[in-house]
Write a protein that binds this ligand. Sequence first.
Ligand SMILES: NC(=O)c1ccc[n+]([C@@H]2O[C@H](COP(=O)([O-])OP(=O)(O)OC[C@H]3O[C@@H](n4cnc5c(N)ncnc54)[C@H](OP(=O)(O)O)[C@@H]3O)[C@@H](O)[C@H]2O)c1
Length: 288
Amino acid sequence: MVVLVTGANGQLGQSIKFIANKYPTIQFIYTDYYEMDITNIESCANAFLKYKPQFCINTAAYTAVDKAESEPEKAHLINCIGSKNLAEVCKENDTILLHISTDFIFDGASKTPYLESDLPNPQSVYGQTKLEGEIAIQNTWEKHFIIRTSWVYSQFGANFMKTMLRLASERDSLSVVSDQIGTPTNAVDLAEALLTIIQSSITHHPSLATFGIYNFSNEGQCSWYDFAAAIFKQKELKMDLRPIPTSAYPTPASRPAYSVLDKTKIKNTFNIEVNEWKTSLVRGINLL
Ligand SMILES: NC(=O)c1ccc[n+]([C@@H]2O[C@H](COP(=O)([O-])OP(=O)(O)OC[C@H]3O[C@@H](n4cnc5c(N)ncnc54)[C@H](OP(=O)(O)O)[C@@H]3O)[C@@H](O)[C@H]2O)c1
């Protein structure tokens, strides 16, 4: 069974590599921007011709949320056109596509965890282009799993956990936003969920009704302030940590005030057990 991973040098791509040896029956093909540029359909088609994957995990994306506000064309090209290209080559090759999307497609006005069926209303260029990517896939190729996730961190790449640890070595006090509520997601847990979906699909041959959108994050909820506090506590780092409102930390892109995702569908469909965010944070920090 061949599983092709796009954007494999990113945080999620490296997390998939990290757990790959637990899946000895799967041959993983890791492609980066240079071998397979998802914005170039010929490059995608050539990679599919060469590797003939049964599954494609698209981790490639334009993920610079604030920068996207000033680079909307580039974000659209990668997050929308790139996703559409992949859906097209997957269709040509009868390959199941697993694509990663985001909580930022929601406006954050909800007071209860978002269901897959809730109406998206992105408030940023990044969120808008990620939603356009979802729609392009849905309109192109039915054999897809779109996995929406949130607040991804890991031992790999640049992320909130690593930024907090770096700041702890540079200063004694820090203000962090306390009125945005969501759920951190360890990218290794996300990688495991993706591989569980693939293994289930190999065994059960999903019906068309099984394809579609699924939420995945860790369990529970917190603010960025709570997340930072837990990071410092776990590392026993002294930090004068202060909660501030979003209004005191303006950013080019606006972010949802609430973006907790309901995981009932993925848990019930694929029998996935989801770790509490604090449990997974300990695991992530210990891997640094
Ligand atoms: N990080 C989060 O908090 C978060 C939250 C929710 C959802 N997500 C989603 O989760 C997925 C994985 O995120 P991540 O954190 O692993 O992102 P990441 O670390 O930024 O990795 C994305 C990778 O895609 C590559 N890439 C960019 N343009 C490409 C192209 N045209 N062709 C091929 N590769 C390309 C990037 O390469 P370069 O670095 O060389 O550009 C990078 O290696 C994304 O779909 C993202 O939208 C992330």
